[in-house]
Every structure is written in C-alpha cells, then in structure tokens.
Design a protein. Structure first.
Length: 121
C-alpha cells in the first residue's frame, strides 16, 4: 500500500540555520532517501518551495489565491511517497525520516496518510 508523508516545517526557523547546518540537514535527508530506495520502499521524495497558491471553485471560474491560508507556523515543505505493508510498517518507515528524529526545534514533523485504495481500482 502507498502512503504519503508530508514533511511540515517552520520556514522562519529553517531560514535561521547556517549554510552548514542546512547542508547537514539536506545530507541527512538524502541518506534517508538512499536507505529507503535500497529497500524498494521509496516511490518518490521531493522538497517543495515555501510559497504556493490555492485554486478554489467559484461557479464557472476558479479563484486563484496565494497561501498560506490558516494561521500556522508550519507549512508543507516536502513530500515522500512510500510503499509499506500496512500502517505499522508505514509508521516505522516515516519515523526514520530526519524530521521525525531531529525536527522538534525546527517545527519539523511528518504527517502520514494512506492513499485511498478504492480510487486505484
């Protein structure tokens, strides 16, 4: 079963990292990705830009607006799609990501969501 891991982070805290600290963080993520790729469980992993837009329905013409839209410190900064046997396996895999291990001071954390199986039949 596929699971989506959304990596949330606090942009202001991330921007305060030195170039060396940020580079170390990136290297830890790359190492995690490589380990996961070796197991065959990594489907895709990508970082996202902090800025985004929302497209919402408004009759026949959608409205496009800049985000964020809620009062929050954390924003989705990365997406990872993994393959796991079940929820427990997905939790184990996602718990190994650097955001789940060292992200507390950065407002960095992982949201884990299964893909809807009935949509893929």
């Amino acid at each position: 079963m596929k699971y989506l891991c959304l990596a949330y982070g606090d942009q202001k805290k991330m921007e305060k990292l030195s170039k060396e600290q940020f580079a170390e963080l990136i290297e830890r993520c790359k190492a995690y990705d490589a380990e996961l790729r070796a197991t065959g469980q990594l489907v895709q992993a990508d970082s996202l830009e902090w800025d985004y837009v929302a497209i919402r329905p408004n009759g026949a013409k959608p409205i496009v607006s800049d985000g964020p839209f809620v009062e929050t410190k954390e924003t989705v900064g990365g997406v990872i799609v993994i393959e796991a046997r079940d929820l427990n396996d997905a939790i184990r895999v996602a718990s190994l990501h650097p955001a789940a291990r060292m992200g507390e001071q950065l407002g960095w954390w992982i949201e884990l969501r299964p893909f809807a199986a009935e949509c893929h039949q």
